[in-house]
Write a protein that binds this ligand. Sequence first.
Ligand SMILES: [Zn+2]
Length: 278
Amino acid sequence: MNLEYAVSTPAAAIAGAPSLVITAGAGTGVASGLPDFRGPQGFWKAYPPYKQLGIDFVDAANPAHFEQDPAFGWGFYGHRTNLYRKTVPHAGFHILRELITRLSLSTFVVTSNVDGQFQKAGFDETEILEVHGSIHHLQCTVPCSRSIWENREQISVNMDTMRAERIPCCIRCGAAARPNVLMFGDWSWISDRSDRQRQKFEKFIGANGACIVVVELGAGTAIPTIRNLGEQLGRRYGAKIIRINPREAEIDPPHVSLALGALDGLRKIAAARELSGN
Ligand SMILES: [Zn+2]
């Protein structure tokens, strides 16, 4: 299949869609320079000190660190907070925003990323569902209450030991605070903020369900939450899915896929005749 043909179907679907759901997985931000945690080698490339300690992503993203040794827990999450704060969202986010404005699409974003990149790229906070929470919000480790508050802390991390030099505290009880992010084997995550976002998303689906196009970005099969959500919209509401994924692009018709990274895929779709008007 030539590329012009491959991008014309998704471009036509977006051009004819009143509503757009953007679903985003871990591969979405790779073009912004964010590390890919796929497999231990990918994780250790981003965090060499953890290789020495024999710790992989699942071990590092463990809520037990915050209870037993919060400086160690905050080493990983503090570094990621700082990284996401200084990351500039790649042009693909702006391509989407331009299409949304130009075509007057009603839109909702569903992301498994905790990095806040959609907000940073100017997407409306009230139209985003962060299914695994947000690193830019904190909660108590105990937790002493269901409070969730914005993370305004400066957290410097010693990159040799991967330990934080300061630990954010709970605004209520003074115990260590932790990111309001769903970790592996996590029974303490307070989901209230994500639950409220989900209610808004469900309302959006209730109002727009019959005419949705799903643009899925960098969502893999390892943690299939995002893929499953799009496919469910396909089955339940007849939504058409445009899967953009460089490694796991497969999907059955009538859905379509592009085996490209998020930025490349969006660039090519936006440049197609159906959307560019050329
Ligand atoms: Zn507390």
